[in-house]
Ligand binder design. Structure first.
Ligand SMILES: CC(=O)SCCNC(=O)CCNC(=O)[C@H](O)C(C)(C)COP(=O)(O)OP(=O)(O)OC[C@H]1O[C@@H](n2cnc3c(N)ncnc32)[C@H](O)[C@@H]1OP(=O)(O)O
Ligand SMILES: NC(=O)C1=CN([C@@H]2O[C@H](COP(=O)(O)OP(=O)(O)OC[C@H]3O[C@@H](n4cnc5c(N)ncnc54)[C@H](O)[C@@H]3O)[C@@H](O)[C@H]2O)C=CC1
Length: 482
């Protein structure tokens, strides 16, 4: 084992030790104190939203400062607003009728795994939801986003210090390595894993309970009853947001032949450029690495930049590069997740065929995540809702903003569950409620008739139980009670 790996493993162990100690004290604080700390963190993160966004763009090369700023604000201000009245400490519920008391208990120390595409927003969001539920969190950064994740954690630690609680409630590894991440995952109480399928699998294979949420490959179906111009505008708003880095951004448009020309015209009018021939081939050549994964050189970039890398010319003002596609599968890069200004375009005969194409696209890397539909036909919307293997279906809304709870009533979140079909333990937009155990104190309902006076009527204990006789007796008892 190389020294760096050893160092990384030791660091993981040391950070978890400190986090455990800090969390033991933190778990004793009441709801009011916890809420005040979380509020202070949200305010500090919001006040640094722009500088952290700029650092993330500078370090990773992915996305746009103004949009990363918006993501940081969603992960701080908006998130705080959504959770401020949420009960997460002590007695949550005392049901006098059902005679059950529900008590929140923190999970302990959480491992925070953060995608390089949303580094600062996910770090803010995970810190806030972990602390709101009484936990500590240790982050392992992606090496390409180490500085901006480190800076985010530094800001949060300063707030913790100012609030007179241990800074070690939130910490980050300085020496990231795969071995260090693996060790961290083994020794924490829960892994909160957000990223691609390889990492999610690693999290679930660690033996530690995990909430792992994986990749998307979101199709947007524009059905014949949709307002086409509006649907296309919403897709642009979503797909160009942070240059397409959000996992819920549209990866392909699927539309019906009867409106295909209208959709194409609207796309072109709003800044799409349809690639063909040599230009299409040149773009395809730069889309992926040899192993079929996304090429980081084009992730989170605008259309002009991608055209430059591919060595092609596109009209000034082009916002998205689109490919009219027929195929779906590993050999068709436009049918996969792209997280940049690239979009597939599929024409089908009717909504039933759209159903099949959307399903095939989801199966090609984004199953369980999200799907967008633009339609006024409630029957078709309902049919898609019932049949499609996704955890969120976004209706007449930009899928990025819809999935993370900006343009819909979904919970503001940067960790979007993909359900068991997507290899995930949850289909939720993960919230503080996913990060606590609930102890249920259940009182006797007095319906068992097993007090001493009644016990003589109950079957005597024998060494060999006659199950039929016991059943008959229970039925008789129940009849008497009724
Ligand atoms: C059909 C479909 O759509 S399937 C697609 C599903 N989506 C995915 O799989 C997305 C997965 N992610 C990616 O493809 C990439 O992360 C990108 C393109 C977004 C970014 O690429 P990069 O910045 O090069 O990051 P990548 O994750 O590939 O890692 C770069 C290096 O850092 C290493 N690394 C990653 N995490 C860590 C870590 N925690 N500690 C140490 N090293 C690490 C990787 O092993 C890799 O090393 P290598 O170059 O020696 O192989
Ligand atoms: N469902 C969701 O809420 C979200 C999903 N994503 C998905 O994440 C992907 C993009 O993010 P990336 O940074 O490329 O993800 P990634 O999976 O490459 O990396 C995510 C994190 O996991 C770590 N990691 C990667 N492989 C690992 C392994 N084997 N063991 C331990 N740690 C490992 C990396 O260091 C990084 O911190 C996309 O596929 C996107 O759809 C991104 C954001 C939200």
């Amino acid at each position: 084992m190389v020294d760096r790996d050893l160092l990384s493993i030791q660091e993981a162990r040391a950070l978890v030790r400190c986090a455990r100690k800090a969390q033991e004290h933190y778990a004793l604080l009441g709801q009011e104190r916890v809420d005040a700390i979380v509020k202070a963190i949200a305010e500090a993160a919001a006040s640094h939203a722009e500088s952290l966004a700029a650092l993330a763009v500078e370090e990773t090369g992915f996305g746009r400062v103004q949009d990363k700023k918006a993501k940081n604000l969603l992960a701080s201000e908006r998130l705080f607003d959504a959770i401020k009245d949420m009960k997460t400490v002590g007695v949550l519920n005392d049901d006098k009728i059902r005679k059950i008391v529900e008590i929140a208990t923190p999970m302990g120390v959480i491992a925070g795994i953060v995608p390089s595409t949303n580094p600062t927003s996910t770090t803010i969001y995970k810190s806030i939801i972990a602390l709101k539920s009484g936990n500590a969190i240790v982050f392992t950064p992606h090496p390409s986003a180490k500085k901006c994740i480190g800076k985010t954690v530094e800001i949060i630690r300063n707030v913790l210090k100012g609030c007179d609680v241990s800074e070690d409630l939130v910490s980050v590894m300085n020496v990231p390595s795969m071995e260090g991440s693996a060790e961290l995952m083994k020794i924490v109480d829960l892994i909160l894993a957000t990223g691609g399928p390889g990492m999610v699998k690693a999290a679930y294979s660690s033996g530690t309970p995990a909430l792992g949420v994986g990749a998307g490959n979101v199709p947007a179906f524009i059905e014949r009853s949709a307002n086409v111009e509006e649907a296309v505008a919403k897709i642009f708003t979503s797909k160009t947001f942070d240059n397409g880095t959000v996992c819920a951004s549209e990866q392909a448009i699927v539309t019906e032949a009867v409106i295909a020309d209208q959709v194409k015209a609207a796309l072109i009018a709003q800044g799409a450029y349809f690639l063909e021939g040599e230009k299409l081939e040149k773009v395809k050549r730069v889309m992926e690495r040899a192993d079929g994964s996304m090429n980081p050189d084009i992730v989170g970039r605008d259309a002009g930049y991608i055209a430059g890398i591919a060595g092609i010319e596109v009209p000034y003002g082009t916002r998205l590069l689109v490919s009219d596609e027929k195929g779906i599968g590993p050999k068709h890069p436009f049918s996969k997740e792209k997280l940049t200004a690239l979009l597939g375009f599929y024409v089908v005969n009717d909504w039933k065929e759209a159903c099949e194409v959307c399903h095939a696209l989801l199966k090609n890397g984004g199953i369980g995540h999200s799907l967008a539909i633009h339609s006024q036909n409630e029957d078709v919307i309902r049919e898609f809702g019932i049949k499609k293997p996704v955890s969120r279906m976004l209706v007449n809304t930009p899928s990025t903003q819809g999935a993370v709870g900006i343009s819909t009533s979904l919970f503001p979140s940067f960790t979007l569950g993909c359900g068991t079909v997507g290899g995930s333990a949850t289909s939720d937009n993960v919230t503080p409620l996913n990060l606590m155990n609930i102890r249920r104190v259940a009182y006797d309902l007095g319906n068992m008739n097993c007090c001493p006076a009644a016990s003589s009527q109950v079957a005597p204990v024998t060494s060999s139980i006659d199950i039929n006789a016991v059943t008959a007796l229970i039925i008789e008892q129940l009849k008497k009670m009724a």
